[in-house]
Design a binder for this molecule. Structure first.
Ligand SMILES: Cc1cc2nc3c(=O)[nH]c(=O)nc-3n(C[C@H](O)[C@H](O)[C@H](O)COP(=O)(O)OP(=O)(O)OC[C@H]3O[C@@H](n4cnc5c(N)ncnc54)[C@H](O)[C@@H]3O)c2cc1C
Length: 298
């Protein structure tokens, strides 16, 4: 074995980086990413982070309800409550790591509206919030003496052993072996299984597969969010996502004839949750026989 750690965190998106920063200095941590540190879905996120920071115009109950409605009440209530109630403190903590959220003249964070939200509650850094967050968190983990970082290091096998886990990692063509008491799989989603995707090349569901092989129950794998708007570039399977915030700020969807159609499928129109708007686009394509759509921001 090359080395033993208290904790190994697999993944350097927002989840893995933030988890590493939450361990006290006496806990030894190894943080790995299969490509360069900055390549993740987190660094691609544009629109921003939803959280209740303005308690005059917004509250937890509204955010919880919006989340449950968007999730068609299939969400785990406990998880939603935790996300909503702990989110604001986490955002403030992330800001302390140097992430420069856009501010109003009075110094409070700017909040925009996004589909599925009944209040302006999305805090952001221009239209590159994910990059701002991961850049800030990467700088912070690099300054931690208890955190070792290995990039371009692919976890390819994981076994449960007495007192923890035994991990096999491929780096520079060589296998490295690590032991740990605890292992956090922060390996992101599975967007790359689809023909067209806005996801980064790393989103291949590795952690889900490892967890499944170790006996974890995997739930709701079919509940994938399809983002309604991206640039259509036939030649390329990787699509550039057009942020939710563009519709939040008033952009409207037009069909191939230049007609608005989202309200024909749901009264919330362009501001319905993403799955509803994506479904409207798919049904409108069938109705018109054309896959050409426009997003009018004039
Ligand atoms: C284009 C785009 C825009 C988005 N915009 C928003 C937004 O505005 N607001 C919002 O809330 N959400 C947004 N999202 C969703 C959000 O980005 C993700 O839900 C979130 O970033 C996931 O974070 P994560 O840390 O779990 O995973 P990721 O950021 O995907 O990180 C996964 C990490 O795991 C590592 N990894 C995977 N497998 C292995 C392996 N076998 N060995 C070693 N390392 C491995 C990868 O290298 C990577 O470091 C967007 C997503 C995309 C794709």
């Amino acid at each position: 074995m090359d080395k033993r750690y208290d904790v190994v965190i697999v993944g350097t998106g927002a989840a893995g980086l933030y988890a590493a920063l939450n361990f006290p200095a006496e806990v030894s941590v190894l943080l790995i990413s299969k490509r360069e540190l900055s390549l993740s879905n987190s660094s691609l996120a544009q629109g921003g982070v939803a959280c209740v920071l303005d308690v005059v115009h917004d509250n937890y109950k509204l955010h919880i309800t919006d989340t449950l409605v968007a999730g068609k009440y299939k969400n785990r209530l406990k998880a939603v409550e935790k996300l909503v109630k702990e989110g604001p403190a986490d955002v403030l903590k992330i800001a302390e790591y140097g992430v420069d959220f856009d501010k109003n003249a009075d110094g409070t964070m700017c909040k925009t509206l996004e589909a599925g939200h009944s209040r302006h509650r999305i805090v952001h850094h221009k239209d590159s919030t994910g990059k701002a967050i991961t850049d800030g968190l990467i700088a912070a983990v690099k300054s931690r003496e208890n955190v070792d970082i290995l990039e371009n290091a692919l976890l390819y096998s994981m076994h449960k052993v007495l007192g923890g886990f035994y991990l096999s990692i491929l780096k520079d063509g060589k296998s490295l072996y690590f032991g740990c008491n605890y292992c956090l799989l922060c390996t992101g989603g599975i967007g790359r299984v689809y023909k067209y995707t806005t996801n980064s090349a790393i989103a291949t569901g590795d952690g889900i597969a490892f967890a499944y092989m170790l006996g974890a129950k995997i739930r709701h794998l079919s509940r994938i969010q399809f983002h309604p708007t991206a640039f259509a570039a036939e030649a390329d399977r990787e699509r550039f996502l057009i942020s939710e915030a563009v519709r939040g700020e008033g952009a409207v969807l037009l069909n191939c004839n230049g007609e608005r159609f989202a309200h024909n499928y749901d009264k919330r129109g362009e501001l319905a949750p993403r799955d509803v708007v994506s479904n409207a686009v798919a049904r409108e394509a069938l109705r018109t026989g054309s896959e050409k759509f426009y997003l009018d921001i004039t």
